[in-house]
Design a protein around this ligand. Structure first.
Ligand code: SME
Length: 161
């Protein structure tokens, strides 16, 4: 059980439908956007025992580090480099079961063993990515892909990203 505000206690679930509900309940648009985003990232990191979860945002030809929860990360990633840059270039979600086998993987933490990167689009253009790392090999599957894509839709709708 993780520590949640008293209104949320005993509600935490690890399935994505429930997690999305937790996220929706946690978001309070009367507080600063970074506070809401960091809270949602913390929720998913704790519930799914992730190593790292956070955003990179497109800035000309590079992805620049945004808000995240987890170990210290790389500040800037070129287009088409690493899992993040490739997800941006290919405009599709990339799931990597074993990052040590991924050609060009950028290792920000030696503890990361699997990774998923989801491009974030506005008006059909990639504006950034959501990057998620796990210490477990083969952690990510289609249920995670759908769950995190639904989270991105929620954050866009709430105008938090
Ligand atoms: N592994 C990523 C770099 C970002 S860190 O995982 C936070 C990549 O290969 O693009």
């Amino acid at each position: 059980m993780i520590d949640l505000p008293s209104s949320q206690k005993n509600k935490i679930q690890t399935d994505h439908t429930a997690l999305l509900g937790n996220a929706r309940d946690l978001i309070d648009t009367h507080v600063l956007t970074p506070a809401n985003l960091l809270n949602v990232l913390a929720l998913y990191k704790e519930a799914l025992n992730l190593l790292w979860i956070g955003f990179y945002w497109v800035d000309r030809e590079r992805l620049k580090l945004g808000l995240f929860q987890g170990p210290v990360a790389c500040l800037s990633i070129p287009f088409n480099k690493g899992v993040c840059g490739k997800a941006w270039a290919q405009e599709k979600t990339i799931m990597v079961d074993d990052v040590h086998q991924f050609d060009g993987h950028i290792a920000c933490s030696s503890k990361s063993n699997s990774e998923m990167v989801i491009p974030i689009k506005k008006e059909n253009k990639v504006i950034g990515v959501l990057d998620i790392d796990s210490e477990a090999y083969g952690f990510f599957d289609d249920s995670h892909k759908e769950g995190f894509e639904a989270l991105i839709v929620l954050l866009l709708k709430k105008e938090l990203i």
